[in-house]
Design a protein around this ligand. Structure first.
Ligand code: FDP
Length: 331
């Protein structure tokens, strides 16, 4: 057993929080989301034995305009129920149009994508849960939505769980990025990597390349240059990896570098890309920067973007810093 594996998530959070009430509230929310994730991972692990997890619920799309699947709704319900015992006042969720009141006297707001990678639910491919934690002050935020409608630079913590071969938690509390792994035998999360560093340079990108004919010129030019390989302007051969669940693609990037790219394109509804700013791009951008990577919409640092809608979409590029900067140079 590696030395780091003797540090449980609880011990790590307790040490970080100390006696500070604000930090203890954050620690409680992180621990609760992680624990809830274990239950979701159990459901996912039953695969086709758990019938209907990918079944489309109702006829209406969710707040972000995507079809809502059974597991999306189950995951959201579990998270809301679990957070009632924490200091989370309101929850913004991909699956709900409006903020959900949780424990309205609490001092935090949380934004979540309860189940990222919904299109992979029934394919035995990793899916996950993404969260962003912000401070909430009832006196300052007469409208609680204002507490989540702030730039990502206001996040006090963020992270995601990925339900794959291993159930992992990638977390930041603003002091670097940590990876915790759930040990099923010991029924606990253990620190596996502290102070994660995404290599600045890479030869690997992740993009849904089937959209090439829909892309605008900068994105098309960037990928064309990557595809030209050693003989092209980049003078190196690139590799492509695309899981199609952002949490899984992100974990690969946190492990060995690379870039994830979801640009805006010419399709109806993709004018601002596909990913949601508040509960997908912001938390991943916070984790990425804390791991010495970069995250942008092509022109602006993600964490500097002022939201105008809870479910707003944003073009997203994140990962190895030098490659993210290279992509931005095409815009
Ligand atoms: P999904 O809609 O399946 O939840 O969050 C949006 C997202 O997945 C990302 O996880 C993923 O990277 C992307 O959309 C997949 O988009 P494509 O369907 O275009 O591949």
């Amino acid at each position: 057993m590696r030395v780091s594996e003797i540090v449980t998530l609880q011990a790590y959070l307790d040490r970080w929080a100390g006696t500070d009430a604000g930090r203890k509230a954050v620690a409680g929310a992180v621990r609760t989301i992680a624990t809830t994730g274990v239950g979701i991972a159990d459901l996912v692990a039953r695969g086709p034995l758990e019938e209907g997890l990918a079944k489309i619920r109702g006829t209406d799309p969710n707040a972000g305009g995507d079809a809502q699947k059974e597991l999306d709704v189950i995951a959201e319900e579990r998270i809301v129920t679990a957070l009632k015992g924490t200091e989370v006042a309101f929850l913004a969720s991909e699956e709900s149009e409006e903020l959900i009141p949780v424990n309205t006297s609490g001092r935090l707001v949380v934004a979540v994508d309860p189940l990222d990678g919904s299109s992979n639910i029934d394919t035995n491919v990793s899916v996950g849960t993404i969260y962003s934690i912000l401070p909430y002050d009832a006196a300052a935020h007469a409208n609680p939505a204002a507490a989540v409608m702030r730039t990502g630079s206001h996040q006090v913590a963020a992270g995601f769980l990925a339900y794959g071969p291993a159930t992992i938690l990638v977390s930041t509390l603003g002091e670097g990025t940590q990876v915790f792994v759930y040990d099923r035998d010991k029924a606990d999360f253990f620190l596996a990597r502290d102070q994660v560093e995404i290599p600045a340079e890479t030869k690997e990108y992740g993009v849904n390349q089937s959209n090439v004919r829909q892309w605008h010129a900068p994105m098309a030019a960037y990928i064309a240059d990557c595809l030209a390989g050693k003989d092209g302007p980049r003078a190196k051969d690139f590799n492509m990896r695309w899981v199609g669940s952002m949490v899984a693609d992100a974990f690969r990037i946190f492990t060995r570098g690379g870039v994830y790219v979801y640009p805006s394109d010419k399709r109806k509804g993709y004018e601002n890309g596909r990913l949601r700013l508040i509960y997908e791009a912001n938390p991943v951008a916070f984790l990425t920067e804390q791991a010495k990577g970069a995250a942008t919409d092509g022109k602006t640092r993600i964490l500097d973007i002022v939201p105008h809608h809870i479910h707003q979409r944003i073009p997203l590029v994140f990962g190895s810093k030098a490659e993210v900067e290279k992509i931005a140079s095409y815009y």
